[in-house]
Design a protein around this ligand. Structure first.
Ligand code: NAD
Length: 310
């Protein structure tokens, strides 16, 4: 298949590109910037442009079978600062993408939604896809809104789609200086001899999934051909919960040194716990996570050690 990854030079996009190439697909990456951490891959067709530019998006969509929509302008923690920007830059621009997909008759749109924010404060764990959706950040609301528009475009125009409600991915090519991605950020601090910063008491629980497993789930989502009664929305995570304090302990075991931890006040957009029920993805997508937390942290640490030498 010809696959287009919008946001293809970022953390998830680059790992997804590797996974698609390995499976024999042709890959185009549409992004504003080149990858931060690696040289251009001659097998990938790189197109530089802005997701906000309708003409550029229309042009790059043409001729592709699968569209992976990964570009996003906001993060959960900061999205509440300017919800109007979140709506304008994500919902409106995604609607332009869906129009382009409809015109070009693409075979499948795979959208990365957010398993960590669309449900809000969970009523029960692990969280099933049918759990009520009450996001407590604008990012969760815009992700959910785009899910609804995908459903609408399917209903009106027969545009095929799958939504992946992704948990907390970590692994190679994740920016350790970013504002999200606890494992990479913590490892980056350890690498630089800085203390680890935790918002709150460290008992906030999240579902961490190794990026190779997440990329594989995205590929399976594109391959999945549901009939009308089958689900199109999937949780993708490890299905297990770890507190930040447990993550720190796991990192300590991998890097083999004592770590300094500094606590800051908890953030209002953080739900206390989030662990996804992944049974639906296992059954319908014939997928399951393969890499456990310790192996995943080791792979991430080994990668960071390698890039820090270059
Ligand atoms: N990383 C996570 O923890 C996580 C969890 C759940 C969902 N997601 C979602 O996954 C997607 C990818 O996240 P990521 O972690 O790879 O982020 P990332 O920042 O590493 O990558 C995003 C890429 O999109 C590109 N991009 C952003 N705006 C663009 C625009 N207007 N035009 C062209 N390119 C643009 C960026 O240059 C970047 O290369 C996002 O939709 C994010 O909301 C991420």
């Amino acid at each position: 298949m010809k696959a287009l990854i919008i946001g293809g030079n970022g953390f998830i996009g680059s790992n997804l590109a590797d996974c698609l190439l390995k499976a024999g697909h042709k890959v185009t990456s549409f992004d504003r910037y080149p990858s931060r951490y690696r040289e251009a891959d001659p097998r990938i067709n790189y197109v530089y442009g802005d997701f906000a530019n309708h003409g550029e998006v229309q042009e790059v969509v043409k001729g592709n079978d699968w569209i992976f929509h990964l570009a996003y302008t906001t993060l959960p923690a900061s999205s509440n600062e300017d919800p109007a920007f979140d709506v304008r830059s994500n919902i409106i621009d995604t609607l332009q993408l869906l129009e382009a997909c409809r015109e070009s008759q693409v075979k499948k749109v795979v959208f990365i939604s957010s398993g960590g924010t669309v449900y809000g404060v969970p009523q029960s764990l692990p969280i099933h896809e049918n759990h009520p959706t009450e996001p407590i950040c604008s990012y969760g609301i815009t992700k959910l809104t785009i899910e609804k528009y995908l459903h609408l475009y399917h209903h009106l125009h027969n545009l095929d789609y799958v939504v992946v409600r992704l948990a907390n991915p970590y692994g190679e090519l994740q920016n350790p200086q970013a504002k999200q991605g606890a494992i990479a950020v913590f490892l980056g601090n350890v690498m630089q001899g800085k203390p680890i910063t935790i918002w709150g008491d460290g008992e906030v629980v999240r579902d961490y999934i190794y990026i190779g497993d997440a990329a594989e789930a995205l590929l399976k989502a594109a391959e999945y051909c549901p009939d009308e009664n089958e689900p199109r929305v999937f949780n993708v995570g490890s299905g297990c919960g770890q507190s930040l304090n447990e993550i720190v302990r796991a990192i300590r075991a991998v890097v083999g040194k004592d770590l300094e931890v500094v606590h800051h006040p908890a953030r209002s957009a953080d739900v206390p716990a989030n662990v996804l029920d992944i049974e639906r993805a296992k059954k319908c997508l014939d997928w399951q996570p393969e890499i456990n937390l310790e192996s995943g942290i080791r792979k991430t640490w080994d990668w960071l050690c390698k890039v820090s030498k270059n």
